[in-house]
Structures are given as structure tokens and as C-alpha cells.
Write a protein that binds this ligand. Structure first.
Ligand SMILES: Cc1cc2nc3c(=O)[nH]c(=O)nc-3n(C[C@H](O)[C@H](O)[C@H](O)COP(=O)(O)OP(=O)(O)OC[C@H]3O[C@@H](n4cnc5c(N)ncnc54)[C@H](O)[C@@H]3O)c2cc1C
Ligand code: SF4
Length: 550
């Protein structure tokens, strides 16, 4: 049945629709209600509950929380563990050199920050929002942007109950139209609707390409002797080579919990590289291996993060709405922090929306949000670190990171010798043909500290209704074979942290298999496929990971 033949969708009217119940979306919702209790605000969230799709480190800078919910420090909320020790190491294969804290630019200090599960923080923000009268609909993916006179007029949630073959199943229900005067896109890194709007309104024109990393994370409960509440530890170097950017984080918090994670910059060149295997290998380093002895791995997941910063933030506004949070790319890469800017941008956009509504406006551009962010705390945060990522990409880890550190120091003093450097190619264009690269042989998992991909995905509690349209759309199957497979040796089988993609030999021919039900919604395939031939679209709402506290 074509879209025109389908029954009409029900529609609901609001002042503001927000797509995504992450830090950006929830902070915007709360701020809107604080500014005017009568503003009607709805938030749609594709996860089965608020927090189910949230994966972060996370060490948080409380600047945004202090502004939005000043009473949080006196409440029994999800923020308990202050940072007590902050260590930074360069790793070699068997040794580690600690960088003395006084050498690090002051902006890198974690003094005054807190270690949290950001999923739990979002659940807390969700409760605050609902107490103010915000309507939150978890389990509903916004699948389509609604336009009226070339302005965004809201979103439609996806239809439910369409089988793999495109036929309606017995429980078929049409999606719902959520119409609004303003629509805020808070989908996080590489949002699927944000991507459509950036393209349609040319928001990325005259900007550097957005850059990305993939972050993989495990949550462990460790033994008391291996636990040091408040310890924050970051590393760079091994197991990545000097030409591949990335590093690890290890945060001790809560009830003997250790969040361990590994980020690989997605401008890597060797198609044989597997971010998942690099992460597993990292955990065997003598600096960290003992942390996990006798411990239990509780959860696993992965998520892309934005790395382009100041140079790559697109124009934020379009008629009828705006991008907020990591959908716009406010992540500060050297600090490995984006949640504070996500919240601040949501609050800034909310102020702009509230003023527009008070003036009786609708469906126009929120020009003051666009004009204000670069001189706000978000802009000041990103400006000082703007050259760190380009230097790392161009000069490698040893020299690039050292020069980036010097540039961050001079920027702290108010100047830079380098101006504003460019990022170069988008991440999908950086892979070299497999014939020019060395295959990488990874050690087998030991089942104690290192694990395989499928047993890991199990710990993400990922679940999708199997009989539904595949949400990983390969636009041109022949191109996938002739290029992704034949030229690049099938990198999707390695970069996907959930083992979704496989090339299997059938009757002497390679066949592309997509195990879509395993997808953890990290968005890496949408970013890294060398031909931009994979389009990630939202599956039925409620599908995807069910992270308890990531
Ligand atoms: C591995 C890793 C470590 C990190 N460590 C830190 C750290 O230590 N400190 C820190 O401050 N920051 C850290 N960050 C960054 C931080 O997590 C992000 O900056 C922040 O989460 C961005 O918030 P957001 O609200 O913009 O997007 P997200 O947190 O990604 O939230 C987006 C929400 O929108 C939902 N959504 C998306 N599309 C749709 C749709 N179409 N329909 C309905 N719902 C939708 C998603 O399910 C999700 O719930 C880290 C990120 C990663 C990946
Ligand atoms: S299929 Fe794509 S979005 Fe899903 S887990 Fe794999 S790389 Fe991530």
C-alpha cells in the first residue's frame, strides 16, 4: 500500500515538539516550562523508556545542572560521586607514562566534576520535566519531519506493524502527527531527522565537515580492593598506532562500579581496524587489567560522538525549529564532555522559543539562538579547544596531541599561533583500499577480561521486533559489493560494534547479511560507510538497546 492509500494519521497540536529525551531535549523541555508553565511541550523518545538509549562516560561538568536545577545538590538524585583523583597516561604496549597534572591545560582538569550514569541523570531530568507538566512519549521514534510552506511544522512518529516484506501485519497502527509552532531536534550525534534537515536547509554550508568517533563502553562491578571511588583515568596511545586517534576512559563511581570505555576516531584509514577488538585489547594492558580481576561485566554498548567542534557546528536554525545538543555537535573532544553543552544549548534554544511564543510568533527562525551560542559558555568552551582535533588528525598522536596541548594553553591565555585549523576530509572518505593496508590480527577473547561481540551485545539488552522493515537501508546493493566488499574488504563487519553486518560466501559468491535486530543505534555505519551507501532510519519505536544505567 502506498503512503497515499494509508489511513490518515491522527494529529496533536503543541507549542513545542522535542525529538529525543537526552540531556539536550530534557533540559530544553524543563527550561520551557520554567519560563512559562502554560507552554505545551511534548518529547518523543525512541528508547523503550527515558535513558534506555543513553550511553555516555560520564564525568559531568555541573555548570548546566547548577543553572537548570539549582536544588540538585541537596536532593537524593543520581549525582553522588565527586571526582577525587584525575590521571592521564600515554600508553605503550607494556608500559605507561603519566602526564603530570600541572602540564595539562587547566580546562582539562576534572576538579569539581562528578562521575555519573548519564542514563540515570536523564531519568531524573525526565521526572523533573514530567513534574512540570511536560508530556514524554517513550517508545515512539520520530520518523518523518512535517513541512508546511517550507517551514517545519512538527514530526510524525513511525507506523507500527509493517512486516519485513512491507505488508501490514495484524497489529498495524499508523504513526501520530505531533504538530507544533517550534520543533527542537535533540537526537544526539548523527540524528536521522537532523541529517535530513541539515541537507534540506543547507545548514552545513560554509562549515568544516562534522567529524565523529565511536565510543564503546562496558560497565563493571569490581571487587572492593580494586575500587577507588572518584578516580578518573584517561589514556592515549596503545593499542592504537600513532596515526589513529582515540583513547580510553575509566571512571570509578557508585557502588563499586567502573565505567570503562574506548573511543576510536572515525577518520581511521585501515579498513581492517576493529574498534571493538581495540577496546578488548586495551583492557589487557598492565595499567588497567587488574581492575577487572574478580569483577563482573554488567553492561555493554556503543554510541557515536561528534568531534568537529567549533568549526563544524552547522547553522542551528531553520524555519520552525532548531538543532540542539550533539545533533548540532557541541561535544568538547579533549575534555571528552558534551552533556553540559547539550543541556546549555537546550536551555538557550528554550529561551529563544519562549520569547518567540510570547511575541505570538510561530514557524519562523530562532535567530537569537543562532546569534548567541558562539559568545555563550558553549562557544567559549569549544573555541579554546578548536585546534586539538585537527592537529591530532594531521600530525598523529605523539606530536599532534602535544601541539594541541600547547595550543589549548595559549588559548587559555587568550591567543593562538595557529588561527583556526581545518579538519580536512569527512570520515567516510578516509579509508584506504584494503590492498594498501595490513590486515590486523586480534587476540582471541579470554572470557574473563576480554569478550566476543555477540556475548557483549547480549549485555546491551538490545531487542527489535524481527518482522519489520530493515532500518539499515543499503541504497545500492551492487555498489556495496563492488566497493565496500571488493575494494575495502568489508569494513562494516569490523566497525559495527554489534556484529550487524557480515559478508558470507554462498555458492562461491559474497552475500551481504544484515542482522538488524542486533543494532545498538550507535550510527557508525551511517557515518563510516565509504560510499555513504548505508542510511540509518529509525526502526519501530521501543526497539534498540535497553541500557539500565549507561
Ligand atoms: C562513549 C562516550 C563517552 C562520553 N563521555 C562523556 C563524559 O564523560 N562527559 C560528558 O559530559 N559527555 C560525554 N559524552 C558525550 C555526551 O554523552 C553527549 O554529548 C550527550 O549525550 C549529548 O546529548 P544529546 O541530548 O544531544 O544526545 P543523546 O544523549 O544522544 O540523546 C539523544 C536521545 O534522542 C533519542 N532519539 C534520537 N533520535 C530519535 C528519533 N528520531 N525519535 C525519537 N527519539 C530519538 C535517543 O534515543 C536519545 O535518547 C560521551 C559520549 C560517548 C559516546
Ligand atoms: S548497524 Fe550501524 S548503527 Fe547499528 S550498531 Fe551497527 S554500526 Fe551501529
Amino acid at each position: 500500500m502506498s503512503a497515499a492509500e494509508l489511513p490518515a494519521r491522527d494529529a496533536m497540536e503543541f507549542d513545542v515538539v522535542i525529538v529525543g529525551a537526552g540531556p539536550a531535549g530534557l533540559a530544553a523541555a524543563i527550561k520551557l516550562k520554567q519560563l512559562n508553565q502554560d507552554t505545551s511541550v511534548v518529547v518523543v523518545e525512541k528508547g523503550s523508556e527515558v535513558g534506555a538509549h543513553i550511553l555516555s562516560g560520564a564525568v559531568i561538568d555541573p555548570i548546566a545542572l547548577d543553572q537548570l536545577i539549582p536544588e540538585w545538590r541537596s536532593e537524593d538524585g543520581p549525582v553522588h560521586t565527586p571526582v577525587t583523583a584525575d590521571r592521564f597516561y600515554m600508553l605503550g604496549p607494556s608500559g605507561a607514562v603519566r602526564v603530570p597534572n600541572p602540564l595539562l591545560p587547566p580546562l582539562m582538569s576534572n576538579h569539581g566534576n562528578f562521575i555519573v550514569s548519564f542514563g540515570d541523570v536523564c531519568r531524573y531530568l525526565g521526572r523533573k520535566a514530567e513534574a512540570l507538566g511536560v508530556e514524554i512519549y517513550p517508545g515512539f521514534a520520530a520518523a518523518e519531519v512535517l513541512f508546511e510552506n517550507n517551514a517545519v511544522a512538527g514530526v510524525a512518529t513511525g507506523d507500527m506493524g509493517i512486516g519485513k516484506n512491507g505488508e501490514q501485519k495484524s497489529g498495524f497502527t499508523r504513526g501520530m502527527e505531533l504538530r507544533a509552532k517550534y520543533t527542537l531536534l535533540a537526537e544526539g550525534a548523527r540524528g536521522s531527522l537532523s541529517k535530513v534537515l541539515i541537507e534540506r536547509f543547507g545548514l552545513a554550508q560554509n562549515r568544516q565537515p562534522q567529524k565523529y568517533g565511536i565510543g564503546l563502553k562496558e560497565l563493571w562491578q569490581v571487587t572492593p580492593e580494586n575500587f577507588q571511588s572518584g578516580l578518573v583515568q584517561h589514556t592515549m596511545g596503545w593499542p592504537l598506532d600513532n596515526g589513529t586517534g582515540g583513547g580510553s576512559f575509566l571512571y570509578h563511581f557508585g557502588d563499586h562500579l567502573v565505567a570503562v570505555g574506548f573511543v576510536v576516531h572515525l577518520n581511521y584509514q585501515n579498513p581492517y581496524l576493529s574498534p571493538f577488538e581495540e577496546f578488548q585489547r586495551f583492557k589487557t594492558h598492565p595499567l588497567v587489567r587488574d581492575t577487572f580481576a574478580g569483577g563482573r561485566r554488567i553492561c555493554y554498548g556503543a554510541r557515536a560522538l561528534t568531534e568537529g567542534g567549533w568549526q563544524s557546528v552547522p547553522a542551528l536554525v531553520f524555519p520552525g525549529g532548531a538543532l540542539i545538543g550533539c545533533a548540532a555537535g557541541f561535544m568538547n573532544v579533549p575534555r571528552i564532555k558534551g552533556s553540559h553543552n547539550a543541556m546549555l544549548s537546550g536551555m538557550l534554544a528554550a529561551e529563544s522559543v519562549a520569547a518567540a511564543l510570547a511575541a505570538g510568533r510561530a514557524h519562523d527562525e530562532l535567530a537569537d539562538y543562532e546569534a548567541g551560542w558562539r559568545s555563550s559558555p558553549i562557544g567559549r568552551d569549544l573555541w579554546r579547544v578548536r585546534n586539538a582535533k585537527p592537529l591530532w588528525s594531521k600530525l598523529g598522536t605523539l606530536i599532534g596531541v602535544a601541539l594541541g596541548g600547547i595550543d589549548m594553553w595559549t588559548n587559555t591565555l587568550g591567543f593562538s599561533f595557529l588561527g583556526t585549523l581545518k579538519h580536512g576530509k569527512p570520515d567516510f572518505a578516509t579509508l584506504k583500499p584494503a590492498a594498501d593496508c595490513r590486515p590486523i590480527s586480534y587476540p582471541k577473547p579470554d572470557g574473563k577480561v576480554t569478550f566476543d561481540r555477540l556475548s557483549s551485545v547480549y549485555l546491551s539488552n538490545t531487542n527489535h521486533e524481527e518482522d519489520q522493515l530493515v532500518h539499515l537501508v543499503v541504497r545500492d546493493a551492487a555498489l556495496q559489493k563492488s566497493s565496500e566488499h571488493d575494494v575495502y574488504a568489508g569494513p562494516s563487519a569490523r566497525y559495527c560494534p554489534a556484529g550487524v553486518y557480515e559478508w558470507v560466501e554462498e555458492a562461491g559468491k559474497p552475500r551481504y547479511v544484515i542482522n538488524a535486530q542486533n543494532c545498538v543505534h550507535c550510527k557508525t555505519c551511517d557515518i563510516k560507510d565509504p560510499n555513504q551507501n548505508i542510511n540509518w532510519v529509525p526502526p519501530e519505536g521501543g526497539g534498540g538497546p535497553n541500557y539500565p544505567n549507561m
